[in-house]
Design a protein around this ligand. Structure first.
Ligand SMILES: *[C@@H]1O[C@H](CO)[C@@H](O)[C@H](O)[C@H]1NC(C)=O
Length: 335
């Protein structure tokens, strides 16, 4: 791409991703109750760090996710939230006001992503919502969060937890894994990369000797110390640079993670990613839960529960999201 093309793409991405959105006039959220450490909170000194992105489009999802996390935590006082938003001051001020008002007892920190710089690295994919710079924030956690944070749980905005996040945070990374994520070895791994990637031995060789499986980057436990020591942000960025020169994959921020980490991660129990509940907006498909226990519900896919509830066309499982909705005038199911 020429420099001019990159500039236009950057402007397009930044405008599409609703970086500037007047939250104060758009959405009003209720105040969440205060939650206290339960008598079962034995690891009293164990801090759990959680990283999430915040933006205007998914704010309602983020608010519900946060509420679900503190509500089900055994030690809510030990939680530390790290919120990443885009670098517009007006936007981060509005987002901060929303969080501070609805969660007056929450301990959190705000960071801004250098979104113009990240947008320059992104090549457009088939699903434009995946091209927003904030979708790539998970690449930069090691640099954004302070050095004292050694381990972080990264979560998408379209999740609801119904279990203690302390258990997820305690996932074993073994001797060497940099991150843990829910792995799906039955998924067709090849489809995440283009035929020209597989046809090029110099590239496809990267997976040689690795038992590479697809994994979901919306629920990850990351050892930030190992990440920093291995400079994995640079490794991911290098694949993104290559992608701009020749198309090696289609779908947003996931493939560079697969290129660097697939086959080398620690598994997260699938109970922490009951995924696909978003289904497909266009065909109005509603998904059911996968067999097995449920600790985290993930509305991955095109449909989002708040949008379907507002449209009065909810899927059955959207009723599990609704209790965490903090919007001031929530949609009433039978009104
Ligand atoms: C967020 O808002 C709170 C409450 O108004 C304030 O104390 C805090 O300094 C703000 N933080 C940032 C990063 O702006």
């Amino acid at each position: 791409m020429t420099r001019l093309e990159t500039l236009f793409l950057t402007i397009f991405l930044l405008s599409f991703c609703s970086t500037n959105f007047d939250l104060s006039s758009a959405l009003e959220f209720k105040e969440a109750p205060k939650f206290y450490n339960s008598p079962n909170c034995v690891n009293n000194d164990q801090t759990v760090h959680i990283a999430m992105t915040l933006d205007a489009t998914y704010l309602r999802g983020s608010m519900a996710a946060i509420l679900s996390i503190v509500h089900h935590s055994t030690c809510p006082d030990n939680l530390r939230f790290h919120f990443i938003s885009v670098s517009s001051t007006a936007t981060s001020r509005d987002l901060n006001r929303t969080i501070a008002t609805s969660f007056p007892y929450l301990t959190y920190y705000m960071y801004s992503l250098d979104d113009a710089n990240v947008a320059g690295l992104i090549s457009t994919s088939i699903r434009s919502s995946l091209d927003c710079p904030l979708n790539y924030a998970r690449n930069y956690l090691a640099a954004l969060l302070p050095e004292r944070v050694k381990r972080v749980v990264y979560l998408d905005n379209d999740v609801v937890l119904v279990d203690d996040i302390g258990k997820l945070a305690a996932t074993s990374l073994g001797e060497t894994a940099v991150l843990a994520a829910p792995e799906y070895c039955n998924a067709n791994f090849r489809t995440y990369f283009t035929p020209s990637f597989w046809a090029n031995p110099a590239l496809s060789m990267t997976f040689e000797g690795r038992k590479a499986c697809y994994f979901n980057t919306g629920v990850m436990v990351i050892d930030l110390e190992r990440w920093r020591n291995g400079d994995y942000t640079t490794k991911i960025t290098e694949w993104m640079e290559l992608q701009k020169r020749m198309r090696i994959y289609e779908l947003g921020s996931l493939p560079p993670f697969l290129l660097v980490f697939a086959g080398k991660i620690a598994p997260v129990d699938h109970r922490w990613n009951q995924h696909g509940l978003g289904g497909d907006n266009f065909r109005g498909l509603c998904r059911d839960l996968h067999p097995g226990p449920v600790s985290l519900l993930h509305w991955s896919g095109k449909g989002k529960p708040w949008a379907r509830l507002d449209a009065k066309r909810p899927c059955p499982l959207d009723s599990l999201w609704a209790p965490y909705d903090l919007l001031q005038t929530p949609f009433l199911l039978d009104s």
